[in-house]
Design a protein around this ligand. Sequence first.
Ligand SMILES: [Mn+2]
Length: 432
Amino acid sequence: MQIVTTHKNTDFDALASTIAATILYPEAIPVLPNNVNPNVKAFLSIHKDIFKISSFDDIDLDHVNRLIVVDINSWARLGRIRRLKNKKNLEVILWDHHSNVGDIKPIWKCQEPMGANITLMIRQLKLEKKVITPIQATLFLAGLYEDTGSLMFPSTTAEDAYAAAYLLERKADLNIVRSFLRPAYGEKQKDVLFRMLQSAKRDMVSGYSVSFNKLDLKDYVDNLAVVVHMYREILNVEAAIGIFVDEERNKCMVIGRSNADGLDMGGIMRSMGGGGHPAAGSAILKSVNPDAIEDTIRALIQGNHQVSVQISNLMSFPVFTVPPDTPMKTVASILRKKGCTGLPVVENDKLVGMISRRDFKKVKKESQLKAPVKAFMITKVTTIAPGKSPTQAARLMIKHDIGRLPVVENGHIVGILTRSDTMLYFYDLLPD
Ligand SMILES: [Mn+2]
């Protein structure tokens, strides 16, 4: 007898993977743990006749000789099926997208980091040219979207997106997917937010208003980033850090949100092994005391100069400039040769204007090309100081619709920041 099973608190990815396994292993009987999450329960109650799921009580463990485990690699998370753990001659097959080391020792496995587990299984279904019905495709897409936040979580891979496209081709129904996927802010999230607010504290760290909140979570709660985001807004602090302790699995989930320029959450989380962008970041830490995490983050905020990227790290220098009496014709040829869209105009070491390709539209007659650049340059120049943050630079660029910002310190131009320099930062493409 062969059975397929998955983790407790079965979510859509786990259910989808279980059903996909029954297509890959047609002899295998799907068995779910007793507690599945409420949305999956709602889905199953409507689709009962289509997905024939057995319960633990229907199974005679003595007859099981092959166990296919999907979307999890730990015995403890399997529900009562874990009683098979020490069974002799049991063949275990594993399909898992989590990269942590588990205690299930399979004879064969497909284990790769992926946004959703179902993506790994779709790869195999495609390879074996298995037929997927529209209802199966719908369930699989629900799993894929749930685990990847509709392809928006940073863990999403290109293969997840291809798998989603494949399921849409197989007629997955987006209306059904949408109606069954939990709302981002549901009962569980509300509960966590209320508990956080009860113990809310505000604090000043290096001039930033910050709130740290440590909370024990009995069950896994997803979308905690949404909760931390709301928490920060309600408390009206510049940065909020939620430290969620999962004692059972001996790990902490750290989620940070910031709206302060120069308080780079992604950078802070990166230095703890996580990731993110300036406004939002997260990290998962194993076997760490939550108080130690708070101390570390405080230290990182205090030593923010090392963590946050400043304009001076991004800007280009030395800067090529022209004096105000340079003829427009010369300016045009410099722009062409340098392949840039604008140049600062400098007199006696002081920035007096900017000239860009755009300004050449003001040149109506050939003879005007002999005129000096000061006749066409813009004299009200937006500049930035080297200690400012990339976010501040980006805001200025958007506000004034400019592609380059002279970096000015004590009246002297020390560098230039272009739109693409800023983009390198936001897309985390800076060389280490
Ligand atoms: Mn999963």
